[in-house]
Design a protein. Structure first.
Length: 186
């Protein structure tokens, strides 16, 4: 199978099920951003300061994001196969991971800025991409059926990435960068 098909040269692509839509379609934006998020998680997982447990969790999340991308790439009205999706246990995993991280972290008493080291910054970048994926998927849900577990999962995942950034900083003894609001008036 060749990697290039030439079927998208005119700005259209096929959904699972056979429908063709323009490449700027909200469905394409939605699953394309989930794919971008998956790449960000791969970048985080290969950093040397990410422990084995978090690498394994990130791998599970990447698998779920790939499942999610397939569901979002499908024309549900023309689909003839069943696709794996997001189930409540996937959401529970993220929540349990955040609860465990919260137990080892100091209480959050201020807003923090992304940064501190490369891995922490990658976590925050992934969090922002995740929020964008969530916004686009919510927008898609206004016009087409979207499983609510997908929306919940993206919401929890962005929180998980925030907590992971804090955990990595804490493990590396990197002080969080506090946001200092401007004191003078404009």
């Amino acid at each position: 199978m060749k990697i290039y098909t030439k079927t998208g040269d005119k700005g259209f692509t096929s959904l699972i099920g056979g429908s063709r839509v323009p490449k700027y379609h909200i469905r394409i934006e939605s699953y394309g951003t989930v794919d971008e998020l998956n790449s960000c998680l791969g970048m985080i997982a290969c950093q040397p300061d990410v422990d084995l447990h978090d690498r394994e969790v990130l791998k599970q999340v990447q698998d779920r994001l790939f499942d999610m991308g397939a569901v979002l790439a499908a024309d549900s009205q023309r689909l003839v196969m069943e696709l794996p999706g997001i189930i409540p246990a996937d959401i529970t995993l993220l929540e349990a991971e955040m609860d465990a991280m919260e137990k080892e972290l100091p209480a959050l008493k201020h807003f923090i800025l992304p940064g501190g080291n490369t891995t922490i910054s990658y976590c925050h970048l992934a969090r922002c991409v995740c929020r964008r994926a969530e916004r686009l998927t919510v927008q898609l849900a206004q016009d087409a059926p979207v499983d609510e577990h997908i929306l919940i999962y993206l919401n929890r995942l962005s929180d998980h990435l925030f907590m992971l950034a804090r955990k990595i900083g804490h493990q590396q003894n990197i002080e969080e960068i506090r946001w200092m609001p401007r004191r003078d008036t404009v």
